[in-house]
Design a protein around this ligand. Structure first.
Ligand code: MEV
Length: 309
């Protein structure tokens, strides 16, 4: 008998980094998934098509989540854990959060624990904390809950209901980077300019609340302008770079309403909002220039799990 769980990945629409320091951020689950299969075994074996090498931090983090859950719920940690993912590591699309959420959900299913989504998120955060240092929890929350959420640490996330499905354009810069290093870089800016940073954090909250409102009203042009604004502010923190700025410019020149880095920055992916019906030609334009780009339809469901013989 094995338990399988699949969790979506995510994009941060607005408010990344500032959310670590208490701002509201807006995030959406996207259809690229991570899948975890768990079954009982004679010892703990973890394998992955993405995280390679026995000492890979993500594999160690997976083992840590297994051990933590086995202690709390008194089951044997001797398990085979197989991870596969449609999300490249370090792409800013939540590969680790999506994996950790699918992992805790599959363990809950295998041992009939019936964990709530909050508990699935709590256990996934043990792995996320080991990998990223001090994450806000937004990645795990949106990968577990699905949909589009407004999130700030320490309060219940708010689901943002869309009046109809929408499409976002996602383009990978081809550069991978460490989220932990990016978070530390921003903390350095906060230490250097505390009052300036407090003002930026407040304004990031305002941007996210407005972005949620515009998305609800289906005002994609307005949302695009906020993405541009948010990218400019993130650049001042030093989390963008020339490659990302050029990619943002390219997306705008292809006709997008707005574009910005998404996630930790420094590489990873860029998110854009395009006029309806133009998404496919924009993706073709990006692919013609060698980028890995795709249309992410939202909203999508959160984590799902089941048993198989
Ligand atoms: C990463 O997807 C988003 C960051 O804000 C980190 C976090 O919130 O944990 C950069």
């Amino acid at each position: 008998m094995k338990a399988i769980a699949e969790a979506p990945s995510k994009v941060i629409i607005t408010g990344e980094h500032f959310v670590v320091h208490g701002a509201w951020a807006l995030a959406a689950a996207i259809p690229r998934k991570s899948r975890v299969e768990v079954s009982k075994s004679d010892r703990l074996r973890v394998s992955s098509d993405r995280f390679r090498g026995a000492n890979h931090p993500a594999l160690r983090a997976i083992a840590r989540v297994v051990v933590a859950m086995s202690k709390e719920f008194s089951f044997s940690p001797s398990l085979t854990v197989a991870v596969s993912s449609q999300v490249p590591e370090g792409s800013g699309l939540g590969s680790s959060a999506s994996t950790m959420v699918a992992l805790s959900s599959s363990l809950s299913r295998l041992h009939s624990l019936r964990l709530s989504l909050d508990e699935v998120i709590r256990f996934s955060m043990i792995g996320e904390g080991q990998i990223h240092g001090r994450p806000s929890g937004i990645d795990s929350t949106v990968c577990a809950r699905g949909g589009v959420i407004l999130f700030t640490p320490g309060t219940s996330p708010k689901q943002v209901r869309l009046s109809r499905p929408r499409s976002l354009v996602v383009c990978h810069s081809g550069i991978t980077r460490s989220t932990r290093r990016q978070i530390n870089r921003v903390s350095g800016v906060k230490e250097m300019f505390p009052s300036l940073f407090a003002g930026l954090t407040e304004s990031a909250s305002e941007v996210s609340l407005m972005a949620a409102d515009l998305l609800k009203k289906d005002d994609m042009k307005g949302l695009g302008r906020l993405l541009n604004f948010n990218h400019a502010v993130l650049s001042t923190l030093g989390v963008s770079n020339r490659a990302l700025d050029r990619l943002v410019d390219l997306l705008l020149s292809l006709g997008c309403y707005g574009a910005k880095l998404t996630g930790a920055g420094g590489g990873g992916s860029v998110l854009a909002v395009a006029p309806e019906g133009k998404e496919k030609s924009i993706i073709s334009g990006l692919k013609a220039r060698g980028f890995d780009a795709f249309i992410a339809g939202i909203p999508v469901k959160g984590v799902e799990s089941w048993l198989e013989r």
